[in-house]
Write a protein that binds this ligand. Structure first.
Ligand SMILES: [Zn+2]
Length: 76
């Protein structure tokens, strides 16, 4: 697929990026996009991906391309 991106030095698919953000398997993920923001930890570029952690949930996640930082739009 053409939407694979390099994150922390590794090529990841949308599903793999979502799994890095979620910390577990996901059911489905949309194509990776560039987020219009910089990482609050290291200032590097941030990627965004929409994904379904389960059949009844849709989450938007953000992940830094260079460090461990990530977050989601969940209300917690
Ligand atoms: Zn970072």
């Amino acid at each position: 697929m053409g939407t694979n991106r390099v994150v922390q030095g590794r090529m990841v698919t949308p599903e793999r990026l979502a799994e890095l953000i979620e910390g577990s398997d996901v059911m489905d993920a949309e194509p990776i996009e560039d987020a219009d923001r910089d990482c609050p930890e290291c200032g590097s570029d941030v990627l965004t991906v929409g994904y379904m952690p389960s059949a009844l949930a849709f989450v938007t996640g953000w992940k830094c391309q260079e460090c461990e930082w990530s977050e989601t739009d969940r209300d917690e």
